[in-house]
Design a protein around this ligand. Structure first.
Ligand code: NAD
Ligand code: UD1
Length: 339
């Protein structure tokens, strides 16, 4: 298939691009490089064996997006583009709503105009809100605690409403748990924009000597070691989940299908710190700190729906996630080169 990958130079989009090309698909990337670097493209050429077509456009620009689709002959869209930093979204809510909702409305309008019917959308476990019980299941109600999370809840709603009006659409809402890790080559990985919010890139930067310690946000959670637990999954497994979803979309009866992508296994902050220290051979100094506002004790998936309906199961271990993150970070201590 000829597939438009929005946000394809970002962390998850770049890994998925490599797997799509390996599976025989033709990929076209659209990204405004507001949160990624152009030097990703050279790495993608190396991994894909040929340059990947890329259009530098702001997808909130409706006319540019319409033209891209008019000329693109796309058969499906994998829609990763968006802003994703929770703290930044609290400080800049208007920018988050305008960008994340605006680009999705623009992509959907262009898809309708061009007759493209298949869409795989990057949603998040954040839509389960702060009161969900674990393991989290797709039929639970959704809510959010911050503007970023609300943009995901709202985009899901927009997609459901559109599917009611346009029943030829086939949409996958993929709710990712905590994507970490990197391509095993160490050529592509997560290169956070500014100071990372998330645990794994912080561990990687501490191990490589860019930061001196980790603040442990809360030691008094009702978990076995008192630190909060998350469902970390390898970005290569996550990318494979997208291909599995794309493969079944055409034969789905329902217009909108929701799948959790996670391992179903919780790992605590202290367990991840220990696993990363082991993988990197470096000491990770920690300092106790108060809980982070909005954090929950436990978040992990019930991944059985994806297993049954997609034949997909996360295969890589926490050790693989740490080893691959460390390979990427030690080969690229400051991330991708500036273009
Ligand atoms: P990322 O920031 O690495 O990639 C997103 C890409 O979108 C970036 O390359 C950025 O430049 C691009 N972009 C943003 N606004 C744009 C615009 N107006 N026009 C064109 N391009 C634009 O993020 P990621 O980690 O690869 O996440 C991909 C998707 O998955 C996002 O929608 C994110 O919300 C979602 N998600 C990520 C995580 C995670 O932990 N990484 C978890 C759950 C969901
Ligand atoms: C964060 C986002 C969530 C998003 C998810 C995946 C918040 C409030 N939530 O959640 O919306 O879907 O990432 O991208 O930001 N930790 C520390 N010290 C640190 C950083 C993190 O102890 O310096 C702890 C956190 O308290 C948490 C765990 O590590 O218990 C994982 O944190 P993080 O990687 O930010 O993921 P989430 O909390 O799941």
């Amino acid at each position: 298939m000829r597939i438009l990958v929005t946000g394809g130079s970002g962390y998850i989009g770049s890994h998925t691009t490599v797997q799509l090309v390996a599976a025989g698909h033709e990929v076209v990337i659209a990204d405004d490089f507001s949160r990624s670097k152009r030097s990703v493209l050279g790495r993608l050429s190396e991994l894909c064996g040929a340059p990947v077509e890329c259009h530098a456009i702001d997808l909130t620009d409706r006319e540019a997006t319409r033209q891209l689709f008019e000329q693109g002959s796309f058969e499906a869209v994998m829609h990763f583009a968006g802003l994703k930093a929770v703290g930044e979204s609290v400080a800049m809510p208007l920018e988050y709503y305008a960008n994340n909702l605006g680009l999705t409305l623009s992509v959907l309008a262009a898809m309708r105009a061009a007759g493209v019917t298949r869409l795989v959308f990057s949603s998040s476990a954040t839509v389960y809100g702060e009161n969900a019980s674990v393991p989290m299941r797709e039929n639970m109600s959704t809510s959010a605690t911050n503007p970023y999370g609300w943009t995901k809840v709202m985009q899901e709603q927009v997609l459901r409403d559109l599917a009611l009006a346009a029943p030829d659409l086939r949409i996958a809402l993929l709710r990712y748990f905590n994507p970490v890790g990197a391509h095993p080559s160490g050529l592509i990985g997560e290169d956070p924009h500014g100071v990372p919010n998330n645990l794994m890139p912080l561990l990687a930067q501490i191990a490589v000597g860019q930061r001196d310690h980790l603040s442990l946000f809360g030691r008094d959670y009702p978990t076995p070691d008192g630190t909060a637990r998350r469902d970390y999954l390898h970005v290569e497994d996550l990318a494979a989940g997208h291909i599995a979803a794309l493969n079944v979309l055409g034969s789905r009866e329902e217009a909108v299908s929701v799948w959790n992508l996670g391992t179903g296994m919780p790992t605590s902050v202290l367990e991840l710190v220990a696993a990363f220290a082991e993988a990197s051979g470096r000491v990770i100094p920690t300092v106790d700190a108060p809980r982070r506002p909005g954090d929950i004790a436990d978040s992990y998936a019930d991944p059985s729906k994806a297993q049954t309906e997609l034949g997909w199961k996360a295969a890589r271990t926490i050790q693989d996630m740490c080893a691959d993150t460390w390979r990427w970070q030690s080969q690229n201590p400051t991330g991708y080169p500036d273009e």
